[in-house]
Design a protein around this ligand. Structure first.
Ligand SMILES: Cc1ncc(COP(=O)(O)O)c(C=O)c1O
Length: 419
């Protein structure tokens, strides 16, 4: 019933599309590869004009939210203007030159970026939304179990708490010590915690509070061996390190646009591998795997165009170069932080389990919130204090907008405030 109405509406709009929009300047929402070449902050060069941050502000908290570059924001706003020039045609019409069609092309680009098929990718609002879509898109029986860790972010764990409450599912957690860096031990702990009732292993690709890179390929392989689904929260990975979901071998992978990709706020992605499509059925795909299917409704199309521009920018720089830049900055921070006696650096030393995030525990007499506020108010430096349930401390997450000078300024400020 619905699909007949849907089809006729779509046919009507599609028929109108190309002719009626006429001189629509859709180049504004199409890839133009601008801004990629000089987007890494090289030594001694100030690239702050590419961003909208106030002069002098040092943003070292991309892991919470990335600063969207002007070039991406401009494309977002251009798409928004075009959408508003003819809302119904632009948002519903599937002619080549509508915003909706450009959004579908973003989905294709994003799929290529993550190494999957376009039909395996759902555009979401954020990682939390994507993780909830997985949990709610599965059929559950009381007593089934989800295996995860005690280091997950709420955005990757509350969906399982919800399923536990509603369906009587049991959530098991393996413990990961704050300063644990050895991936083989972690994999063994997962293996030992699997029970015959375990249906899902849910784990972060990069642990939010410490930056520990988790052995996802090994955990996925373990899950497959035991007939379990592996669901990955990739909020702290995509845009920071190269990610290929097929190579990782997981069944589902959730991520955000608005962190390391530096895309507009309110964008995310969910990969559901076609082989897991019987087990994980996002409600948004009930009417087909298209953006804006009737089962998904109208989405924030201009933001998605911005997401496409942000991915295109990362592709232009190259994820290997992005990762290398982040690691060099965090290693510089790591080396200097380990010399400050009052701090205990808990992130991995430079090596295979390190990422751009570096975190420290503070002594009990220094409150992380107070330190965070002081660093901003006195030094113009933005860092994240850790959630107290994890530890009293802070995290730096340098990215492509940051330079060595930013790390040195943060370290100088920390030495002044912490001693
Ligand atoms: C590991 C992890 N998962 C999920 C989230 C939530 O992200 P979002 O707000 O995009 O849902 C975060 C945010 O910091 C995170 O670090």
């Amino acid at each position: 019933m619905t699909s007949v109405a849907t089809d006729s509406r779509r046919r009507f709009i599609a028929g109108l599309g190309a002719a009626s929009i006429g001189s629509f300047a859709h180049a504004a929402v199409e890839p133009n590869n601008s801004g990629a070449a000089s987007s890494l902050a090289p030594a001694g060069q100030d690239i702050s004009s590419q961003y909208l941050l106030p002069p002098g502000m040092i943003h070292l908290n991309t892991a919470s939210l990335g600063a969207t570059p002007r070039v991406v924001l401009d494309r977002t706003l251009a798409a928004w203007r075009e959408l508003e020039s003819s809302p119904v045609l632009m948002a519903y019409g599937n002619a080549e030159n509508t915003v909706l069609s450009a959004v579908e092309r973003v989905r294709k680009r994003a799929a290529g970026f993550l190494g999957c098929e376009q039909d395996e990718l759902l555009i979401t609002r954020c990682t939390t939304d994507a993780m909830s879509t997985v949990a709610q898109g599965m059929r559950w029986n009381a007593g089934e179990r989800v295996l995860t860790t005690d280091r997950e972010h709420d955005g990757g764990s509350l969906c399982w708490a919800y399923i536990a409450q509603r369906h009587g599912v049991v959530v098991d957690q393996i413990a990961i010590a704050l300063d644990e860096h050895e991936s083989a031990t972690i994999v063994r702990r997962f293996a030992a915690a699997i029970t015959p009732a375990t249906r899902v292993i849910s784990v972060s690709h990069v642990i939010s509070s410490t930056g520990l890179r988790m052995p996802i390929a090994e955990i996925s392989a373990l899950a497959r061996e035991r007939g379990i689904l592996c669901v990955v929260d990739g909020a702290q990975a995509v845009g920071a390190i190269p990610v290929n979901v097929k190579a990782l071998g997981c069944h589902a992978y959730a991520t955000s646009g608005h962190k390391w990709l530096m895309a507009p706020k309110g964008t995310g992605l969910l990969y559901v591998s076609s082989e897991a499509s019987a087990a994980i059925q996002p409600i948004q795909w009930q009417d087909g795997r298209r953006y804006g299917a009737e089962s998904a409704g109208v989405g924030p199309q201009p933001l998605v165009i911005g997401l496409g521009a942000a991915i295109e920018r990362m592709q232009g720089i190259g994820m290997t170069a992005v990762e290398r830049h982040g690691l060099a900055l965090r290693n510089r921070a790591y080396d200097q932080l380990t010399i400050i006696k009052k701090l205990r650096v808990i992130s991995s030393p430079p090596g295979p389990s390190a990422t751009a995030i570096v975190a420290c525990v503070l002594p009990d007499d220094i409150d992380s919130m107070v330190l965070r506020d002081t660093l901003l108010a006195k030094h113009g430096i933005i860092v994240k204090m850790s959630e107290k349930r994890h530890f009293n401390g802070f995290r730096l997450s340098p990215h492509i907008l940051n330079s060595e000078a930013h790390i040195d300024a943060a370290l100088k400020a920390l030495r002044a405030e912490v001693g």
